[in-house]
Ligand binder design. Structure first.
Ligand code: UDP
Length: 310
């Protein structure tokens, strides 16, 4: 099997590269390193089945030889980072998705799009099933990511319906784990880095907004099963254990054995969802998948990683 992973040097992309290599596949990782890092894949570079191409997938590119699967995980995904790179984020969701779909079409390869819970926007239905159509502000600051991913889903379905490409769409909910970028501004790296430095944890707003955090290994298992399935419509992959951001701050401090220090900061980005929890009925039924890693266990592994890089 020969697999192309766009965004292969990113947090999730690098775990996917590892997974396919462990199955004996050849992996071609493409990344322009805008948010990904060579550090994430340096342990793979000596593997003869691994190849890295430094390339922006929003510009035309070619891949030599046969390809069995194309997985598109290339995009900034942290709110402060996609706000810093708004045009690049829109381009990779639109042009980057089309160029990778064209690759799948040419090679007669299966295609998997990494979409996001952000397609539901600030949801008015809770928890969110795949049938919920979302509540997205098309001109709000988060729209550069949300609308890019909604377009990415639309063009993926169009390539399926028009050209018969075997497409899959995973809607990824908040995911954490080793190789998240320490300074990407998301709540998990922020809180862990702050706690490691003995600083107060920056809770945005009143901290009553909720999220549900899944460990990266659970996500990779779900993605792997989805690629092998014949299910074309989107599938939520996330952990349904929901908590407020304030409760999450307490949890991080508890796992680290520290007393809690909180600083409330007025830094919520307009449209920051007030609640988010996946309805995973479809993933359970179609993929026989559900998350296995409890938050406390995943946090221990993630904290060990951040300790090594802080
Ligand atoms: N957040 C926070 N403190 C931080 C970073 C984020 O309270 O240092 C909040 C943020 O306002 C949001 C939630 O944590 O409500 C999750 O934010 P994140 O950036 O991790 O990703 P999102 O789920 O919004 O895409």
């Amino acid at each position: 099997m020969r697999v192309v992973i766009a965004g292969g040097a990113g947090f999730i992309g690098s775990h996917l590269c590892e997974r396919f290599l462990s199955e004996g596949a050849h992996v071609i990782a493409i990344d322009n390193l805008i948010t990904g890092s060579l550090h994430n894949i340096q342990h793979l570079q000596d593997n003869p089945k691994f190849q890295f191409i430094n390339q922006n997938i929003s510009r035309p590119f070619t891949i030599e030889g046969a390809v069995d699967a194309v997985l598109n995980f290339a995009s900034p995904a942290s709110p402060p980072v996609y706000l810093k790179y708004p045009i690049e984020t829109l381009e990779v969701g639109s042009l980057g998705t089309q160029y990778t779909l064209e690759l799948a079409l040419q090679k007669n390869a299966r295609y998997l799009l990494a979409s996001t819970s952000e397609v539901y926007g600030d949801p008015l239905v809770h928890p969110q099933p795949e049938t919920y159509l979302g509540n997205v502000d098309p001109i709000g600051p988060r729209s550069v990511y949300d609308e890019a991913k909604r377009y990415a889903e639309a063009i993926t379905m169009a390539y399926h319906r028009t050209h018969g490409v075997q497409t899959r769409i995973v809607r990824i909910f908040n995911t954490y784990g080793p190789r998240m970028s320490l300074d990407d501004g998301r709540v998990v790296p922020n809180f862990i880095a702050q706690a490691l430095r003995g600083e107060a944890l920056t809770v945005y707003g009143d901290g009553k907004q909720t999220r549900s955090f899944q460990y990266v290994d659970d996500l990779i298992e779900g993605v792997r099963r989805l690629l092998d399935s014949d299910f074309v419509e989107p599938v939520n992959i996330g952990n349904p254990t929901e908590m407020t951001i304030l409760e999450f701050a307490e949890m991080v401090c508890e796992v680290m054995g520290q007393s809690i220090k909180i600083e409330f900061v007025d830094a919520r980005i307009k449209g920051d969802p007030q609640t988010r929890r996946p309805d995973i009925t479809r993933a359970k039924a179609v993929l026989n998948w559900q998350p296995q890693v409890p938050l406390a266990d995943g946090l221990v592994k993630t904290i060990a990683y951040f300790r090594s890089v802080v």
